[in-house]
Design a protein around this ligand. Structure first.
Ligand SMILES: *[C@@H]1O[C@H](CO)[C@@H](O)[C@H](O)[C@H]1NC(C)=O
Ligand SMILES: *[C@@H]1O[C@H](CO)[C@@H](O)[C@H](O)[C@H]1NC(C)=O
Ligand SMILES: *[C@@H]1O[C@H](CO)[C@@H](O)[C@H](O)[C@H]1NC(C)=O
Ligand SMILES: *[C@@H]1O[C@H](CO)[C@@H](O)[C@H](O)[C@H]1NC(C)=O
Ligand SMILES: *[C@@H]1O[C@H](CO)[C@@H](O)[C@H](O)[C@H]1NC(C)=O
Ligand SMILES: *[C@@H]1O[C@H](CO)[C@@H](O)[C@H](O)[C@H]1NC(C)=O
Ligand SMILES: CC(=O)N[C@H]1CO[C@H](CO)[C@@H](O)[C@@H]1O
Ligand SMILES: [Ca+2]
Length: 546
């Protein structure tokens, strides 16, 4: 399946996207791909535009996961009540019968049939234990939202829910919006609506009561995440000034990232009860049921592709401008004449496609594997070398890793992640350098790839120290205390590895004390002893002179 780009800023004009390549060597960076022929007053002219795939219904390309996995009703079969009529409790959910089953796929089928098709959870049998369900939608591809996310609930909208997003394939999650009948009570957040937001607070995460309140569910079953209202803060109420929005998107990464996702998660926290009191005698009235989820968006291709293909269960950009990667996030091999950058939303003359250019432009061959866009000719050596290699690389062609880094075996030479930090333990290793597979050089007693572990007989104490004391054979003596098995904490009058030595009382004095068996013999030097000797000496002299 392929969707071809057809967006033009002047919607009245007929756009025909030219896939043919044309070269403008003197003006690298024009929208040589994403221009279209348009018929205007002046006849046939070219219209240049940002290179991006057409927005599409993204629910066709996602994978849905439920948590808990067995939360769908019907296994075993159960009966439930219609919420609008609690006296009708003979509705049946049975996973083994097609007409009575409510699998998750029914949230994404084409609606408009009567009756509607919907996914349904088991009912709130374990009340008052919360009925929690996560519905995770994964694309395994970065996509940019272009329209509101709309969920349609068949059972009344949940009283508490959170919409979350991930930008890193589900590794980390951030809230997009909180929904509750009472925001303060549910999330200790002040209730707000999208209309409270301004250009400055656009990225604020709010809690809204707009989609959960009261009994209005009968007439409005939808819960929205308002993308268009947010766009309108820049582009005007009817999105007539898209150039203003595009200008912002070009310059503000946070804003671009806000509308970019790889996954969405709907966290259902409390089903509709339609009343303040939960009817504990009849919990079959409470469950979640969703008939439709709308997610409009386009593949994020960094403005380097005008189409995105779905092949082998996977979306990927058809990169132009000699870029490559699932999001066209890199320059192709041999097209690294300058560093990669995203294209711009604004068409020429203000914007540029930021095409990747061949390595051998100009008089010299400047091959830096994309880690530098500058070369310098060294006359003495008659050679060209890359200047200020980035991404922790070094060398004539930025083909080596800086000291303290090693080569990532699973990355190509032109990958931003080609050099990995050695991360040697500063206490356990001899230096911050490592060998080609990331092994550091360890000090005595230390081991492990990063020298962060101790060999047997050694213990960690800012590096590995050999085992000095314990509570068995290597006891600290004279009241010393063994600290972490690596040293004895001696009382002030003792010293030695095991506090076995008595400390000399003062610098001039001898080491007195009964148990100073090992105290070395020192010449008598205390003043009192000296006096004694002097007296003795003079006495002897006097005796001799007699
Ligand atoms: C789902 O499975 C878990 C663990 O196997 C079990 O504890 C739980 O009762 C099941 N729930 C339902 C609704 O079947
Ligand atoms: C639920 O309530 C309705 C009406 O009060 C009653 O007819 C029905 O039997 C109840 N169902 C259960 C499972 O208690
Ligand atoms: C749902 O996701 C949240 C985080 O996004 C997680 O904390 C929670 O354990 C998940 N499962 C359920 C059943 O809520
Ligand atoms: C996601 O896409 C990558 C290729 O970009 C592939 O290697 C990986 O297996 C995919 N993961 C899933 C869960 O489909
Ligand atoms: C090695 O390179 C691959 C491919 O770019 C990347 O996914 C991975 O994160 C890198 N490994 C490290 C440790 O940086
Ligand atoms: C790095 O050192 C480790 C451990 O001494 C060794 O197994 C590995 O082969 C070395 N790698 C290289 C590329 O020398
Ligand atoms: C714009 C541009 O330079 N396009 C070139 C990209 O690379 C292919 C070969 O892979 C050339 O044919 C294009 O002319
Ligand atoms: Ca449906």
């Amino acid at each position: 399946m392929r969707f071809q780009f057809a967006l033009t800023l002047q919607a009245l004009w007929t756009a025909v996207c030219q896939a043919a390549m044309q070269h403008y060597p003197a003006a690298w960076g024009h929208y040589d791909v994403c221009k279209s022929q348009v018929y205007s007053d002046e006849g046939l002219t070219w219209d240049y535009m940002a290179c991006q795939p057409e927005a599409a219904d993204m629910t066709q390309y996602l994978k849905v996961t439920l948590d808990p996995p067995n939360i769908t009703c019907g296994d075993p079969p159960e009966t439930y009540c219609a919420l609008e009529n609690p006296y009708m409790c003979n509705n049946e959910c049975d996973a083994t019968t097609e007409e009575l089953a409510h699998p998750p796929e029914l949230m994404f089928d084409i609606e408009g049939r009567n009756p509607t098709t919907f996914w349904q959870s088991t009912s709130w049998k374990k009340y008052p234990k919360a009925l929690l369900v996560n519905i995770t939608l994964s694309w395994n591809k970065t996509i940019e939202l272009t329209d509101d996310i709309v969920l349609t609930f068949e059972s009344g909208r949940p009283e508490q829910m959170v919409l979350e997003k991930s930008l890193d394939y589900g590794r980390s999650w951030q809230p997009y919006q909180f929904y509750a009948t009472d925001c303060l009570d549910a999330f200790t957040m002040e209730p707000k609506t999208v209309h409270d937001l301004t250009q400055h607070t656009l990225l604020d995460i709010i809690c809204t009561e707009d989609y959960s309140r009261g009994y209005v569910w009968k007439y409005d079953k939808t819960v929205r995440f308002e993308i268009k209202d947010r766009f309108a803060l820049f582009a005007g109420p009817r999105l007539h000034n898209m150039a203003s929005l595009y200008g912002q998107l070009d310059t503000t990464k946070n804003l671009r990232d806000f509308f970019t996702i790889t996954d969405l998660r709907i966290r259902l926290l409390r089903p509709a009860t339609g009343a303040t009191m939960v009817d504990e005698n009849n919990l079959s009235r409470y469950f979640y049921a969703i008939s439709d989820i709308k997610v409009q968006g386009r593949c994020k291709c960094n403005l380097h592709a005008n189409s995105c293909v779905f092949d082998k269960e996977k979306l990927s950009c058809e990169c132009e401008h000699n870029t490559t990667g699932p999001d066209c996030g890199r320059c192709k091999r041999n097209y690294q004449g300058r560093a990669w950058s995203a294209g711009s939303y604004l068409p020429i003359p203000k914007g540029t496609a930021n095409t990747c250019i061949p390595n051998n432009i100009g008089p010299v061959n400047c091959e830096c594997f994309g880690h530098s866009n500058r070369c310098s000719y060294i006359e003495l050596l008659n050679t060209v070398i890359c200047v200020s290699c980035k991404h922790n690389t070094r060398g004539q062609h930025c083909q080596l890793c800086k000291l303290g880094f090693y080569r990532n075996a699973s990355a190509e030479l032109d990958d931003e992640n080609v050099c990995i930090e050695c991360n040697c333990n500063p206490f356990g290793s001899v230096s911050d350098r490592c060998n080609g597979t990331g092994f550091c050089i360890c000090k005595e007693g230390t081991t492990g790839p990063k020298c962060q572990e101790c060999l047997p007989g050694y213990l960690w104490d800012d590096g590995c120290k050999s085992r000095v004391c314990d509570n068995e054979l290597l006891r600290c003596q004279n009241g010393g205390v063994c600290v972490n098995n690596v040293r004895c904490n001696c009382p002030s009058t003792y010293t030695g590895v095991l506090c076995e030595k008595s400390r000399c009382e003062s610098e001039l004095g001898g080491c007195g004390g009964a148990d100073s068996g090992h105290a070395p013999m020192t010449p008598p030097s205390s003043p009192r002893l000296l006096l004694l000797l002097l007296l003795l000496g003079s006495a002897l002299l006097r005796a001799a002179s007699c």
